[in-house]
Design a protein around this ligand. Structure first.
Ligand SMILES: [Ca+2]
Length: 384
């Protein structure tokens, strides 16, 4: 999916100093990623994610005025660091990075949004909750219903959420990105458009190292794999770190394939959410009328999307939850979705709303995932 919505996300780090989550990309907002604990060391990783199944898009790699990085001093220094960190042969890493090409368009895409750009949930929603994507989602659901059910059984994540994520990320594999991952990650590691408050070059340097390590292990030519302008790959648009930690071989063919195995895609997305504490059976959000008093509203909006208040605390601040929300046993977040010059929309996000934002740190993203999944489910149920 094209990166059209470039306003900053309204997501809050779980902890101060947290860097962003990662499966990013064609996802609407530039999210960074965090050095999260490695819960799973997976074998045979990119067997297909970076391997043969990517062959189709190979020849169509997008290139804008390419200029190979070659053997610049900073390139050599980065190569040495990556080789050391991942126990790779320095000469192999240097040779790989020497082939990386600076992509000016990628740098432009990473520029921060223009100050004052109004967020608009209604416009954002319309890009994702639309007939083409819903139809594709219905077809995906029907074709892979068994894997979706198995993922729910194994990880507790309902089909509608998995279907929503894969739809928003890549329209079920139709838009997986056409940039050489080597180029985009090298460009963002070496030439990130830095500002005083924003420099994610270290994040991309880390992803570049993980990408090269995966290529080396699987015998993949680093110039082969394609992805988004931010380096995310496959139907679920996983960054290299996410592939390392959360991708799973769900169909049991001994390789992980996020490009041609819908089963692996479904299992990997569900596993990702489960790893971020998805609570089976808990709603993603509840309807709420925000407090009328400005101070009360500001207090509830303070922690942003991090669930921080009980239903009773919502009530005490004058927020009116629906009946199910009033019975919610966990914590809630008052999520504000701006609508340009019109009045904002509000929902009470649960722990599961927050879990979706670990995929992409944006409440707008999470809401689009939820609503797309719900729209697809409605059609699936109505036409069963
Ligand atoms: Ca597999």
């Amino acid at each position: 999916m094209p990166w059209f919505a470039r306003w900053p996300c309204s997501a809050a780090p779980r902890n101060p100093g947290d860097t962003p989550a990662f499966a990013m990309t064609p996802t609407p907002f530039p999210t960074a990623s965090s050095p999260l604990p490695r819960r799973h060391a997976l074998a045979a990783l990119l067997a297909a994610t970076l391997g043969a199944p990517l062959s189709a898009p190979w020849a169509r790699a997008r290139v804008d005025e390419p200029a190979a990085y070659g053997r610049r001093d900073d390139v050599l220094a980065l190569a040495a660091e990556i080789a050391r960190r991942h126990a790779l042969e320095p000469a192999w890493v240097e040779a790989a990075l020497a082939q990386a090409r600076h992509q000016p368009t990628v740098v432009q895409l990473m520029q921060p949004p223009v100050a004052g750009t109004a967020k608009n949930w209604a416009a954002y929603r319309a890009r994702f909750i639309e007939p083409l994507r819903i139809r594709a989602g219905v077809a995906f659901w029907r074709e892979h219903a068994d894997w979706l059910a198995m993922a729910q059984s194994r990880f507790g994540v309902p089909p509608s959420i998995v279907v929503g994520i894969v739809g928003v990320e890549s329209i079920y594999g139709r838009e997986v990105g056409r940039w050489r991952v080597l180029d985009t990650l090298a460009t963002l590691a070496l030439d990130f458009p830095k500002t005083e408050r924003r420099d994610r070059s270290a994040f991309f340097a880390d992803e570049l190292g993980r990408f090269l390590a995966l290529c080396r292990r699987d015998g993949t030519d680093p110039t082969g794999p394609l992805g988004s302008f931010a380096g995310a790959m496959g139907w679920p648009q996983f960054m290299p770190s996410a592939i390392e930690q959360y991708a799973v071989d769900f169909d049991g063919d001994d390789r992980i394939d996020l490009h041609t195995s819908p089963a692996d895609v479904i299992g990997s997305v569900a596993h990702y959410l489960a790893a971020f504490d998805w609570q089976p059976g808990v709603a993603t959000h509840h309807a709420v009328a925000a407090p009328v008093e400005v101070a009360d509203r500001a207090a509830l909006l303070g922690p942003d999307i991090l669930p921080s208040f009980t239903a009773a605390e919502f009530a005490a601040r004058g927020a009116r939850l629906d009946a199910a929300g009033q019975r919610h046993g966990g914590l809630l977040a008052l999520v504000e979705l701006q609508n340009g010059d019109a009045a904002p929309s509000y929902v009470a996000g649960t722990e599961n709303f927050y879990a979706i934002t670990r995929y992409n740190r944006s409440s707008y993203y999470a809401m689009a995932v939820i609503e797309l999944g719900a729209a697809v489910l409605a059609v699936v149920e109505a036409t069963a």
